[in-house]
Ligand binder design. Structure first.
Ligand SMILES: Nc1ncnc2c1ncn2[C@@H]1O[C@H](COP(=O)(O)OP(=O)(O)OP(=O)(O)O)[C@@H](O)[C@H]1O
Ligand SMILES: [Mg+2]
Length: 259
């Protein structure tokens, strides 16, 4: 488990619009990488290309290479569904399936992929994923009640459990705490620290303290102006990015002297 991601000369388009340009980076396994940068610079766009969720948008496509342990995610014959099994994603707003129970939510992705999993295995997998997401104790007595009945922080952890149940190599998180209170946020941050022992994690966040707290490496994206493509300005150890970045633009952004 846990794989290395590498982007080479990555350009990302929405139809004719080049939203992101020239991304080159390496994301190390068993580590947390944070993406920061102003709104519209392409953080979510880059994240979605990493599990082939970008191309589901009409006219959207990618140039360049994205490698998962050296294998091109966009190579001929690569099945996007298989990519999404290896590279899980957690979205900004917790999105449990409202009509499904907690347990069904956890196993939703597994059911999509797997033919038949017997009841005992299902129960085991469900418990393991919920434990992994640090939610088990809170929900173990109501697994058959709707996932939508949980608090926001619990729903977000439920979505993390759903992603973990797929046993991915990589976990992408797009502002997973932006809708959460400080206590739930800390719970998710603790969880990210635990998960990085087994997964490659990429998290998008607007919260610089959060980036500083949870990540080993930070990538700063920026945009020159409306309509211009977003670019990865620099990526490196989080300590360095927040204390002595190489680029003036990074310094300006992290110190709040921006725009
Ligand atoms: N579905 C889409 N169709 C067309 N353009 C899009 C689409 N989604 C995003 N874009 C454009 O791509 C650019 C990058 O957007 P993206 O959502 O990746 O930015 P972001 O860095 O995640 O911003 P935020 O911090 O606000 O979430 C923006 O100019 C945006 O308008
Ligand atoms: Mg975004």
């Amino acid at each position: 488990m846990s794989k290395r991601i590498e982007a080479k000369d990555l350009n990302i388009y929405y139809g004719k619009f080049r939203a992101v340009e020239g991304v080159n980076m390496v994301i190390e396994p068993r580590s947390v990488t944070a993406f920061i940068g102003p709104s519209g610079c392409g953080k979510s766009t880059v994240l979605r290309t990493m599990n082939r969720m970008h191309e589901v948008i009409n006219g959207a496509y990618v140039e360049g290479k994205l490698l998962l342990d050296g294998e091109d995610l966009y190579g001929p014959g690569v099945d996007p569904v298989n990519v999404r099994r290896q590279v899980g994603m957690v979205f900004q707003r917790p999105n449990p399936f409202p009509t499904m129970s907690i347990k069904e939510n956890v196993l939703a992705g597994v059911h999509l992929n797997n033919k038949r999993v017997n009841q005992a295995t299902q129960d085991e997998l469900c418990e393991k994923a919920l434990r992994g997401a640090n939610l088990w104790e809170e929900v173990k007595n109501r697994l058959d009640l709707p996932g939508s009945g949980l608090s926001g922080g619990q729903q977000q952890r439920l979505c993390i459990a759903r992603a973990i149940a797929m046993q991915p190599e990589v976990l992408l998180m797009d502002e997973p705490c932006s809708a959460l209170d400080p206590i739930s946020t800390l719970a998710i941050e603790d969880l990210i620290q635990e998960l990085k022992e087994n997964y490659t994690i990429v998290i998008v966040t607007h919260n610089m303290q959060q980036a500083a707290r949870v990540s080993d490496r930070t990538g700063f994206f920026n945009i020159a102006g409306t309509g211009a493509p977003g670019k990865l300005i620099e990526i490196g150890p989080t300590e360095k990015i927040f204390s002595k970045p190489d680029q003036q633009a990074t310094e300006d952004y992290i110190t709040g002297r921006f725009g």
